[in-house]
Design a protein around this ligand. Sequence first.
Ligand SMILES: Nc1ncnc2c1ncn2[C@@H]1O[C@H](COP(=O)(O)OP(=O)(O)OP(=O)(O)O)[C@@H](O)[C@H]1O
Length: 281
Amino acid sequence: MRDIILEARNLSYSYEDSSSPALNGLSLSVARGSKIAVMGANGSGKSTFFLCCNGILKPDQGELLFKGQPVSYRKKNLLELRSKVGIVFQNPDTQLFCASVYQEISFGPLNLGIPEKEAAEAVENIIETLEITDFRHRPAHALSGGQKKQVALADILVMKPEIMILDEPFAALDPVHTRIIRQQIDKMCASGMTVLLATHNTDYALEWADEVVLLKNGRVLSQDRPDKALTDEELLKETNLELPSVIRLHKFLCSRGMADPSLPVPRNMDELEKELLAVRS
Ligand SMILES: Nc1ncnc2c1ncn2[C@@H]1O[C@H](COP(=O)(O)OP(=O)(O)OP(=O)(O)O)[C@@H](O)[C@H]1O
């Protein structure tokens, strides 16, 4: 049986100044340790759902359960929930506010009452892993977008959350910063952390995710394996997403008799290369 760490039951949420709901009966179960790509057109409700997941927003209707318990919106319970469900926002400027990067990353653990020595050790660890050492004493507002993203991730990671939510973590990153963040995500997943990640990049989702959740108009259109969801052209069209390039190439090769459509679809270029070599030999 799946060990469900987070469950959304029929969530609805409307912003005050908006005529249509941002979430409109969203239901979703998240298994512990899973890697979930949350995808959908701009405005489909991804960020609003994420903000509900750690109690920043309280749904107008429906229920959110963390480890089987309904989320309580009392201040003490919310603080605890937020230390277990961490969000790295799309725009790191909404997250960073301390005078220096070091202070920024230390803030969470010290605020939670973790002893200074222990907090300092955790901060040093994260600084090293995320390759932040060079700018650890600089003010966060003076960093580049990619560096801010590294700090924003460190900021949440140092709290050792059980669920990590990443809202478009690669937006506006160059290939080097993308690699740093990707490697970190892989380490988090390998450690058993549950990761929810919003992206429009179907190639990455196909390769990385265990499950793809497609949102449309504030509800779940589909929750399925990536090789099912991301090869369904109708579903992709409905959610403004593109067929992954490896799937497009695979389809072309199959149509020319150069690849075998009866084999499982490749999840990345390496798998496609292997399949092609096997067909030729
Ligand atoms: N602060 C806000 N005030 C009013 N309406 C909002 C606010 N934030 C989002 N919305 C609206 O709620 C709906 C869902 O937005 P949301 O940001 O959750 O979507 P999203 O899928 O994360 O979009 P994107 O891919 O562009 O980041 C949209 O119609 C949006 O205009």
